[in-house]
Design a protein around this ligand. Structure first.
Ligand code: OOG
Ligand code: MG
Length: 254
């Protein structure tokens, strides 16, 4: 199948909420081709007036790599329609088989167009940090994919809810992270599970994006990747993430 057709197929799968068979079963795709499919897939959203609002890193924790059976970091594009505003409900009807995961999010104050260090990030490029919940929803049947498949599918990106922003002086090492469904803890971890230090996620985002010729523009957000497993959403539950030192983030699932 041609790159353009694979992008079209994934776009339709998301719009119709009908999963498709993973591509890599029938066809070998390279990493470069996978990112090309992702680019074309997101261009279709941009044509529908859904601009890119930032990027997300994936598989930056061992828990996530192990859960999904993959071996490397990935990055994807976030678009405006993915944002879940405070007080908004999340309807299962809008997804295929959505899962939630707690995250840490950075705000880009100065465009990132090359690989940067943690010091560069702190002194120039990132000005704020917040807690977040990401909703992922693979467009592949049974949430099964290879690394190339998931990159093509924009890293399962489907939604994100952000807490309030804090200045980057806030220490984000070793924070307890818990995901609740109603009063039950369904996943837990530490911010250090993200690459040993969540700031490293910014460094790797800058490395990968500059390699693939993508500029992370000022005003973008950057999701660092989940520290815990992702959990399937259930109708009627209140989802809430507790990230030590941040205000809680949550939404009602209907
Ligand atoms: C891919 C997305 C991975 C993360 O935080 O590691 C991701 C998936 O698990 O379907 O968002
Ligand atoms: Mg994630």
């Amino acid at each position: 199948m041609e790159i353009q057709n694979m992008a079209l197929k994934l776009d339709r799968a998301a719009q119709n909420r009908i999963a498709v068979k993973q591509f890599s079963i029938d066809q070998k795709i390279s990493l470069d081709e996978a990112y090309k499919i992702q680019e074309k897939l997101i261009a279709r959203r941009e044509e529908r007036n859904q601009p890119i609002t930032g990027i997300k890193m994936g598989f930056t924790s061992f828990a996530k790599m192990e859960q999904m059976g993959v071996h490397d970091m990935i990055w994807g594009r976030l678009t405006r329609d993915m944002e879940i505003l405070k007080g908004e409900t999340v309807s299962l009807n809008e997804y295929i088989h959505p899962r939630a995961e707690p995250e840490i999010c950075f705000r880009v104050a100065k465009t990132i167009d090359k690989e940067i260090s943690i010091d560069d990030a702190k002194s120039h490029h990132i000005d704020a940090v917040c807690g977040a919940i990401e909703i992922i929803d693979s467009r592949y049947e049974n949430f099964k994919f290879s690394l190339e498949d998931v990159i093509a599918d924009n890293c399962s990106s489907a939604g994100y809810a952000l807490g309030s922003w804090h200045h980057i002086d806030k220490d984000i090492k070793d924070l307890d992270i818990k995901l609740y469904f109603d009063e039950e803890v369904v996943a837990s971890g530490s911010s250090n599970d993200i690459l040993g230090n969540p700031w490293l996620s910014v460094v790797h985002a800058s490395r990968l994006c500059s390699h693939y010729g993508f500029i992370i523009t000022e005003g973008s957000i950057l999701l660092a990747g989940a520290a815990t497993n992702a959990i399937f959403l259930k109708s009627g539950t209140k989802v809430r993430a507790e990230i030590q030192g941040f205000d809680d983030i949550g939404f009602q699932v209907v």
